[in-house]
Design a protein. Sequence first.
Length: 88
Amino acid sequence: MVTASLRLAQAAGLISRRTRPGDRTVCYVIDDTAWHEAVRRRIASMGTFVQIADEAIDHAGDSGEPATRIRPARESSPGWARSPMPRA
């Protein structure tokens, strides 16, 4: 379980694996910006989901069955993700 969690964190870029020459001990180091980047990616993906859901509802028609299934997922997203994001 720990190994799988470490691999997942490493694949996500949250930690890196370090060893010293001649030493078999493995240390995992948390990158200083890892949490910031993980949160930034999560926020960006939520905004992207809302945009895709809006496009799907527009394409399917506002009252069609697909729109009826998509709308609850879109409306369950946070309010800030549903409003236009200001450009930096």
